[in-house]
Design a protein. Structure first.
Length: 429
């Protein structure tokens, strides 16, 4: 079935988001009917509450630096769904995206299936990986892990990034329960990489033991962290000193350390990854929307932190910047623990509340009732203009609360953000 790009986006959006009754039956059926054996795709699988997108970006960049033909599959997207599927650092073309959508629409309608948007996008990514003869797929889970649509792969190595309380209505109300769901990506006899500080360590180690999987706990130390980037030393599973990156925020050292440790684990599985590729891949890596300095005078910083741990980490990262006045622009999903953002938003001299283009977005009036302060400006473009006007040349405008807010924010400033992880460059078109 032939479809144009915009038609394909509209059809995918109509499939909707599945937030209950999770199982793997739809993705397995889609793969079977599309001639995909996901178990044969050479993959690294990443789950976690925070940092999994950045970890995926570091990991893919390292593998590409080594010369491997890579695919990166992540979610959600900032501006266009083509961002979710990257081959060798570049987004899938709109033409190919539309072709794959049409291919799966025909399968779905012929067989009376009712998959979610994410299940179809995942099947599209796996089909594209086969078509493009990808050597290594780096795949990020969507929600959880155990019953996530991505979890039909059979990776030799997986990694679980920082665990925190999120999506508690779906994943469980404790760190242990959430970690159990994330650890569902661990496969029999595989390797799982975690950071030494992971709050879900107990549940992850229990699942690794049950699956007879080797658990690699990585240790690192931050050497320096400035508004120009970070430097850290990897201590375990291998000593590697003076690793530098352009991405800012000390927390990125943990994400990069997990990615480096995953590559060392891949090396032990027979996949070539040199120390120099680890260094250069991390140095050249970029992931949009993470402490992203979009412009100066005033400083305009976009960050995708969207849960309590993320907001507190972002709060600490404000120390990296010099400014006379902080104006925060905030919007969030209704299902988030918005009250947990009080600490971060309390740092702001002035707070602007807005609403982005999503049916799941919280109304600013609701946020105001929770936070207790703020002026409301809708749409996001108006909120940004107001914030920049109030900040003055020496101020900082921080846009945060949801990745969906950032998508609208990038559009609002009239610049299309390139999210391609190529050569560590931030490109505007």
């Amino acid at each position: 079935m032939q479809m144009g790009y915009h038609q394909s986006k509209k059809w995918l959006d109509a499939l909707g988001v599945k937030m209950s009754g999770f199982d793997l039956s739809n993705i397995l059926k889609l793969c079977e009917l599309a001639g995909i054996d996901p178990q044969k795709i050479n993959a690294v699988h990443i789950a976690g509450s925070n940092g999994k997108g950045s970890t995926c970006a570091f990991l893919e960049s390292i593998l590409r630096e080594q010369g491997h033909r890579t695919m990166l599959y992540t979610s959600p997207h900032l501006l266009e769904p083509t961002e979710r599927i990257k081959v060798n650092g570049g987004d899938i073309s709109q033409k190919k995206f539309a072709q794959l959508t049409g291919f799966f629409r025909q399968i779905i309608e012929k067989n009376n299936l009712q998959p979610s948007q994410f299940e179809v996008l995942t099947a599209m990514a796996y089909r594209h990986a086969i078509d493009e003869r990808i050597e290594i797929l780096v795949a990020e889970t969507g929600l959880g892990g155990r019953l996530d649509a991505t979890n039909v792969l059979s990776p030799k190595v997986c990694a679980i990034t920082s665990i925190s309380l999120e999506h508690t209505e779906y994943l469980g109300e404790t760190i242990g329960q959430i970690a159990f769901e994330k650890a569902g990506i661990i496969k029999q006899g595989s390797v799982v990489v975690v950071a030494k500080s992971n709050a879900g360590m107990e549940a992850i180690s229990q699942e690794a033991l049950r699956k007879n999987a080797k658990m690699v706990v990585c240790h690192w130390e931050v050497v320096s962290s400035t508004d120009k980037g970070n430097e850290f030393n990897l201590i375990l599973p291998q000593g590697l000193r003076g690793i530098k990156m352009k991405m800012i925020g000390a927390y990125q050292c943990e994400n990069a350390a997990v990615a480096a440790a995953a590559c060392i684990a891949l090396r032990e599985k027979g996949i070539d990854v040199s120390d120099s590729s680890i260094r250069n891949g991390i140095l050249r890596s970029f992931w949009a929307g993470r402490l992203d300095v979009v412009k100066k005078n005033p400083l305009l910083v976009f960050d995708a932190a969207h849960n309590p741990q993320g907001w507190e980490t972002l709060r600490g990262s404000l120390l990296l910047f010099k400014y006379k006045k902080l104006i925060a622009v905030f919007g969030a999903m209704r299902d988030k623990d918005i009250a947990a953002a009080k600490g971060l938003l309390g740092e702001a001299d002035e707070l602007i509340l807005t609403k982005f283009d999503s049916a799941r977005a919280a109304d600013p009036e609701e946020i105001l009732g929770i936070i207790g302060k703020g002026d409301i400006f809708i749409p996001v473009e108006k909120a940004l203009a107001q914030a920049q006007s109030r900040a003055g040349k020496d101020g900082l405008v921080l846009v945060c609360g949801s990745i969906y807010l950032l998508g609208d924010a990038y559009r609002a400033i009239g610049k299309k953000k390139s999210t391609s992880n190529v050569n560590g460059r931030v490109n505007f078109h």
